[in-house]
Design a binder for this molecule. Structure first.
Ligand code: SF4
Length: 503
């Protein structure tokens, strides 16, 4: 078996715009897989990855299997920067998996871009893509090191270690399905996986079902994707979600499935609030509808007097529409977003750097001048973006700026695949007071708003139409359903902060 991995030679990227303003919460990755003999699987995957671009903009890759070998092409950059027609033409086969990456574990290097490739002891090619974060990485690393599969000095990513262990279990009559069934119960953390041995497409979801993963049907094949919007773009119809703790295999004999662990469903509520595309459906609930409803509830819980409701584009838009509907205040677009400027590789000059937020957002003066604005945003993490936006709106002539947030205060970091900030960087932790009103007033003052209001946890949960006990809301309430990772300084800090608050 032969593996070919290609690179344009880019190695490490520090995004030149990252210091201009904080990033929004970053999704770690998007995964895609297709089994469709006779179809152009690499192109289907390319378009699937386009629909998942928002889940990771640092690297992209596609692995294609033709039954003989697996070819992997991956590189740093956006999907459209990594692939072109000749590359996709060269990736021919019956099966493909694809990946878009945002770095939360391991550096942003070509080696850490996915799909990962490993060869099993019996020579079987294996490629794997992962969305999530493993919390028992050190345990798995020790195991892989003892077996001589990885070099710990090279700091392999959690996905690399997982792929190495999976591949190692193949052979002596054991298939990749057998290996996954054996290994996955010992893997702790958030994971949605698509993987292949070149013959069969596999997918698996952690027993808590933290990240979404759906199965779709093509006329002559099957698709698995992080979000249903990626099924739509390739013309696949939604069959169902991969269930928490489920491992599936798809080949010419159809879809085979097993449950590899006891499950406790805890879907990430932040997928509804911010991360997923508004046209995706998660556990039967359209994300746009959930955001509209959060906006309506926000208007009821934290009303404002104003002339115009405007969103912080794009993610604040559905909640702003909902707020306008419920409050009766007209909705308008007060800012225009320069999409993806934050992910360009071109260095801004010093003069451009001074423009700060203006590189990302531009105010529409004619719309906002002299108005009392109600600005609806999806979340406040560090508060830097809101502070810059409010200053920009005032400079553009806004009479008042009232900020309404379509999620409760983010107080705790995520260990399950989302990159927020360290606990100390979260603006909601800047005040040690236990009184919510004092915290809100401190944040209002820090960002320079005329007033500030958040939606409550209960209202946000209701808007998702999911049972409260089936959702992870740890970044808001600090209760981590799977626990926290080993050897992680943020986890140790959270434990100390929680102990101090309960004493
Ligand atoms: S901690 Fe927050 S972002 Fe992370 S999985 Fe839970 S709800 Fe989602």
């Amino acid at each position: 078996m032969v593996n070919t991995e290609h690179s344009t030679g880019m190695t490490q990227v520090n995004h030149p715009y990252d210091d201009l303003n904080e990033q929004s919460p970053q999704e770690e990755c998007g995964v895609f897989g297709v089994w469709a003999p006779g179809e152009e699987v690499s192109k289907l995957t390319y378009f699937g990855l386009f629909a998942l671009q928002h889940r990771g903009q640092e690297a992209a890759g596609i692995a294609v299997g033709d039954g003989e070998q697996i070819l992997v092409f991956k590189d740093l950059g956006l999907v459209s920067q990594v692939f072109d027609e000749p590359i996709l033409e060269s990736l021919r086969g019956n099966i493909a998996i694809g990946h878009t990456r945002y770095t939360t574990a391991g550096g942003n290097t070509w080696e850490n871009a996915q799909p990962m490739f490993r060869m099993a002891p019996d020579g079987t090619d294996i490629a794997l893509g992962h969305n999530g974060n493993l919390i028992n990485y050190l345990e798995l690393l020790d195991k892989a090191t003892e077996l001589g599969l990885v070099d710990p000095d090279k700091k392999p990513s959690d996905t690399d270690v997982l792929t190495a262990l999976l591949a190692n279990g193949v052979g002596n009559g054991k298939t990749l399905f057998d290996s996954a069934q054996e290994l996955l119960p010992s893997v702790k953390g958030a994971y949605c996986l698509t993987f292949t041995d070149g013959h069969t497409l596999y997918a698996a979801r952690d027993p808590f079902g933290i990240r979404p993963l759906s199965i779709g049907r093509l006329e002559r094949g099957w698709v698995v994707a992080s979000e249903t919007s990626a099924l739509d773009i390739v013309g696949a119809s939604l069959v169902r979600e991969v269930e928490p703790g489920e491992l599936i295999a798809i080949d010419e004999s159809g879809l085979k499935s097993i449950r590899f662990a006891e499950t406790t469903r805890k879907g990430c509520i932040f997928e509804y609030v911010y991360l997923a595309r508004p046209d995706s459906v998660i556990k039967g609930r359209n994300v746009n509808e959930a955001r509209l409803e959060i906006g309506r509830k926000l208007a009821a819980e934290a009303p404002a007097i104003g002339d115009l409701v405007i969103p912080t584009p794009e993610s604040g838009t559905p909640a702003a529409v909902g707020f306008a509907q419920a409050s009766g205040i007209p909705f308008g677009q007060g800012m225009v977003k320069n999409a993806y400027v934050g992910r360009t590789f071109i260095q801004p000059s010093d003069t451009l750097r001074q423009l700060g937020i203006r590189l990302k957002l531009n105010p529409l003066r004619e719309v906002i001048a002299g108005k009392r604005l109600v600005v609806v945003d999806d979340s406040i993490v560090r508060g830097n973006t809101q502070r810059a936006v409010i200053r920009m709106l005032r400079e553009a002539g806004a009479a008042e700026v009232h900020v309404r947030i379509a999620s409760p205060p983010v107080k705790w970091p995520c260990f399950y695949g989302i990159d927020f900030a360290t606990p100390g960087e979260l603006i909601a932790n800047a005040v040690t007071s236990d009184k919510e009103a004092e915290m809100v007033e401190a944040v209002r003052s820090a960002i320079g708003a005329d007033s500030l209001g958040y939606v409550s946890i209960d209202a946000m949960v209701e808007a998702t139409e999911q049972p409260a006990n089936e959702l992870c809301i740890a970044c808001f309430d600090g209760h981590y359903p799977m626990g926290m990772p080993q050897g992680n300084s943020n986890a140790e800090l959270v434990q100390k902060m929680q102990a101090a608050r309960s004493s």
